[in-house]
Design a protein around this ligand. Structure first.
Ligand code: NAP
Length: 435
């Protein structure tokens, strides 16, 4: 029997699904010893720090992750950071293969004037702030304004807009970070504008997310019915409408046709609106948009503009990967061919491989395909014990699976009396102290 040692860097969905694929590929001839390395003291990646707190069902995939983590041959090393505690080169030398599953955590920039004014931030900072990510505790979120603008027409923009537009009591029974919940309870925001630069037929939302909007109990949602009908005509004119586009447009029409309940809280969708400038005297005061039209299937500016007065702008226009020394990057992701990093024993999966696209389940098939290549490439195994000794020599306190289970149980227990799924720790010291 041959034992191969594999290091997976990043404990998010793509990393766990890579581990699962390796576990499934084991046979009497070869087995895998998997060390998963994660910079945070906690695993689960975006399932913990990305998924919106009012979508608890999506988080149930963590049960699958825990099954993978408690299978034979799997070790968790949380609180270990690449480039700080250990280098990629060291991992490449110690392991038969290294899998990079570090995602994309940096928000893309709009590159428009005023983007850096106080009151303008990226969803890449706002989302981990409300999800209790320890590195985002101090993000300055000022909700002391009546109107907010969210830029982007994808599911992250939708999550952000919903979090701002919900009646905060609706979040009391969720695992929203307490600091965020306190701020949201004090929020003056009542109108949230979601702005997409192309037409409704090009929006990146998915229809289940759109279909839940009319069910919001304390928030009205407004979409211009005429804009949707025109978008449907445009989509039909191009031939057969793709199923997901049809489903999205139907869902948007249902929103447009639903009656206003005269709530003070509201979400407004604006399409064909490109942000040109964020203006304000020392802080965000308004966003200037260029109005577009669709001509011969192309989105082009009309030359006209409109302005939304607001005190907060959150851009949710995609992410790019943060660079790791020893890897090359292109278009915000690790340079790779089908997940292989040329000339190394390194592979890449998830958003770090293909960019920020797809839902959590997309990572399962993606990681499985890459792990097939990894297994094909394996040669004679290296003689190595993995990183444990090196970490202890360097005085790095890592969070093992058992330690994480203690953190997890403590969070769940803390939530019980409050009717929440958990109360997340935010400070690293608190988590590391639960030895
Ligand atoms: P996304 O789906 O790619 O949407 C990004 C949006 O930003 C698009 O509407 C894009 O417009 C727009 N955009 C890009 N650059 C822009 C610019 N310079 N100015 C104005 N708008 C710009 O990305 P995402 O929302 O970050 O989501 C990432 C992935 O996670 C997606 O696959 C998403 O479905 C998934 N996700 C899923 C859930 C869920 O299942 N509930 C929740 C959150 C995220 P163009 O199309 O015109 O480029």
């Amino acid at each position: 029997m041959t034992l191969y040692r594999i290091a997976i860097v990043g404990a998010g969905p793509a990393g766990y699904f890579a581990a699962q694929a390796l576990q499934s590929a084991q046979s009497d001839q070869h087995k895998f010893s998997i060390d998963m390395i994660e910079k945070l003291p906690t695993p689960w990646g975006l399932v913990r720090s990305g998924v919106a707190p009012d979508h608890p069902k999506i988080k149930t995939v963590s049960k699958v992750f825990e099954k993978i983590a408690t299978s034979e041959g799997f070790r968790l090393f949380c609180n270990v950071e690449l480039d700080k505690d250990i280098t990629l080169k060291e991992l490449q030398e110690m392991y038969d293969a290294v899998v990079i599953a570090t995602g994309s955590t940096r928000g893309k920039k709009l590159d428009i004037p005023g983007e850096d004014l106080p009151g303008s931030l990226s969803a890449a900072d706002f989302v981990p702030w409300y999800n209790a990510h320890p590195d985002y505790l101090n993000v300055e979120v000022n909700l002391n304004c009546e109107e907010a603008v969210v830029i982007g027409a994808g599911n992250v923009a939708m999550d952000v807009a919903r979090m701002l537009a919900l009646e905060p009591h609706e979040l009391d029974s969720t695992d929203t970070a307490q600091h965020a919940l306190d701020t949201l309870h004090q929020s003056s925001v009542r109108k949230v504008h979601i702005c997409g630069r192309r037409g409704p037929e090009h929006a990146a939302f998915t229809s289940p997310e759109l279909r839940e909007l009319p069910k919001l109990e304390h928030t009205d949602v407004y979409i211009d019915q005429h804009q949707i009908l025109v978008a449907q005509q445009r989509a039909q004119a191009t031939g057969e409408i793709a199923k997901d586009v049809k489903s999205n447009l139907d869902a948007m029409l249902a929103i447009a046709e639903s009656e206003s309940k005269n709530h003070v809280r509201a979400m407004y969708f604006h399409f064909l609106s490109t942000p040109l400038e964020i203006r304000g005297n020392g802080k965000v005061e308004e966003v200037v948009f260029g109005i577009n039209e669709v001509k011969d299937g192309k989105v082009v500016p009309t030359g006209e503009q409109f302005t939304i007065k607001c005190g907060l702008v959150i851009s949710a226009i995609g992410y790019e990967s943060v660079e790791i020394a020893g890897l090359s990057y292109e278009n915000g992701r690790v340079k790779n061919t089908d997940g292989r990093v040329a000339g190394t024993n390194t592979y890449v999966v998830g958003w770090a491989k293909r960019g920020p696209s797809g839902v959590i389940g997309t990572n399962k098939s993606d990681s499985t395909e890459v792990m097939k290549l990894l297994v094909e490439d394996l040669d004679s195994p290296k003689v190595s014990q993995g990183i444990e000794q090196l970490l202890s020599e360097r005085g790095v306190i890592h969070v093992s699976q058992e330690h994480w289970e203690r953190i997890n149980s403590a969070e769940i227990s803390a939530g019980e009396s409050l009717g929440k799924p958990r109360v997340k720790f935010v400070k690293r010291e608190e988590m590391l102290g639960l030895k």
